[in-house]
Design a protein around this ligand. Structure first.
Ligand code: ADP
Length: 174
């Protein structure tokens, strides 16, 4: 198995276009759709997604739930709810780390080979980008070190600031 840094790749673009076993949605606790990546995923997956999400009864911060991908190229969506960043003293880092672990655990249980993440909490939820991206990469590397599945993880940066942060942290890992 390649070393953990080799199993993580970085792309700039739209996560709804990516062909992987599952994409992660940075959702809100209702799971009924919202702005940012959540809105884009609901639009691309089609109206079946909100129907499936209604049956899930919401999701707590730091947890994750699975639905089909419907009209997306990815067959599955893992919905997670990141923390709203206030001052960094409200357990935000632990909650954000828990999101990544919860998504990776679902992927491992389902034996997904490839998984794509957006930068959870880095948009509307206001998490400082470099900090959030370093938590993401730390949690993903730690998980991959002890799990064969998912074989590969793609970090999907929509904006250049997130792309730069991820790429800087990945370089430091190498
Ligand atoms: P949150 O509420 O968790 O902050 P947002 O959707 O507002 O979620 O933002 C999370 C990250 O997802 C931000 O970096 C944002 O630029 C990015 N993003 C927005 N749309 C997409 C998309 N289509 N694909 C990938 N990332 C996206």
């Amino acid at each position: 198995m390649p070393s953990e840094p080799r199993r993580i790749s970085l792309l700039q673009g739209d996560i709804t276009k990516i062909q992987v076993d599952a994409i992660v949605n940075a959702a809100n606790s209702s799971l009924l759709g919202g702005g940012g990546v959540d809105g884009a995923i609901h639009r691309a997956a089609g109206p079946e997604l909100v129907h499936a999400c209604r049956l899930l009864g919401g999701c707590k911060t730091g947890q994750a739930k699975l639905t089909p991908g419907f009209r997306l190229p990815a067959p599955w969506i893992i919905h997670t709810v990141g923390p709203v960043y206030r001052d960094g003293m409200q357990g935000e880092a632990q909650q954000l780390a828990a999101c990544y672990r919860a998504c990776l655990s679902i992927a491992a249980e389902r034996n997904f080979q490839s998984l794509a993440f957006p930068a959870i909490s880095c948009g509307i939820y206001g998490y400082p980008i470099l900090e959030a991206c370093s938590i993401a990469i730390r949690e993903i590397s730690q998980f991959l070190a002890t799990n064969a599945s998912p074989a590969t993880v793609v970090l999907v940066a929509f904006d250049s600031q997130v792309h730069q942060a991820f790429s800087q942290i990945l370089q430091d890992l190498d």
